[in-house]
Design a protein around this ligand. Sequence first.
Ligand code: PLP
Length: 440
Amino acid sequence: MNTAISPQALLAVDAAMLPGHPFTAYREGALCIENVAAADLAQTHGTPLFIYSKAAMLSALAAYQRGFAGRHAQICYAMKANSSLGVLQVFAQAGCGFDIVSGGELERVIAAGGDARKVIFSGVGKTRAEMRQALKAGIGCFNVESEAELDVLAEVAGAMAVTAPVSIRVNPNVDPKTHPYISTGLKGNKFGVAHEDALRIYTHASNLKALRIVGIDCHIGSQITDSTPYLDAMDRVLDLVAEIEAAGIPLEHIDFGGGLGINYNHDTPPEADALWRELLVKLDARGYGQRKLMIEPGRSLVGNAGVCLTEVLYTKPGEQKNFCIIDAAMNDLPRPAMYQAFHAIVPVQPGRSAGNERLYDVVGPVCESGDWIGHDRVLDVKAGDLLAVLSAGAYCMSMASNYNTRGRAAEVLIDGSAVHLIRRRETAQDQMRHEQLAAN
Ligand code: PLP
């Protein structure tokens, strides 16, 4: 059964959702990102189109910077959240370091003008070639995730006659209370070394000549909306810091990872500065307040700085459901299919509605029943209308694929009234350029 809702109520719902997007607002009935109307962008660049607000990214970064005022801290943007060059450039120019998980990401940092010395390299499966590449580039630190990796890194660095700076990722076994696919700091997760093995592995590392121990790190998960798991993880890591240093192994920095959540659907994570005010009280109380700190935020820097603009292709009444078929799909916005994630979906020109609200499943053109972007959404739409999928700055374009030979979307970066095309739409030719027919 369809649930009708008044246009006023619909607008009220939409207006309530937009505050999570600080530089996205309705002006004179049109959705604007900074000073640019989304509909104008659709006309110039087509859809689906990712639109990022530079001011929103910098304001998210500023919250962390306020939180760390007066401290020795380095913010390493976890670029897996969004690794587009134009996005990396914003953070590189703002002085950020980068948390990378592959040699490809390192190449992107360098192409975007980032400083390799501020790069930390995470991930459970670094190859020898990636280690060599990172050592050659002179990265700041390898976040080592297993004893086996430690040995291989020592061997690779030794063969190059260099010393590898290392931090060991410890798994504090703290439940971040998030989706199981994005919790990483529990015993059953593949990440990091077990808390109880950490001292032994640090001692082993300290005996490997080609390694220089510089820190310790942890990352417990993503989309964390409560400070308690962070406080618990901090206690566990500081216990280890005390043990490791008592064993004569000094640590220059402590890295508390990323993971702070954003508002997708009335979520209320703490602001970054408020979270860090709370964490720094604990750090000070335990005597580590003057230690160099590192963090690896991804989603909280870019998630709500981006929207995905999409056009309604068809509406299709069904026996049980109405479908709103849009031109964006799971290949552009994989989070709903991967983790049943919620993205708010709002009209771009709500004033144009015809008073014809229906309850819809919003779906894409991909040939999978899992290709849905939103379930049970009240919308007043017809073919040709534009919709904006909110909170699309993180883990969307960086996870996008070419499934169904769909070209990846274009991306624009808005800076006030200026529009920068930072990725042109991918063509079928682009997708086929590394392929060839077999010789007969
Ligand atoms: N650091 C590490 C090691 C990660 O695995 C991740 C995400 O998976 C992050 C940082 C970034 O997390 P988020 O985007 O939730 O801040």
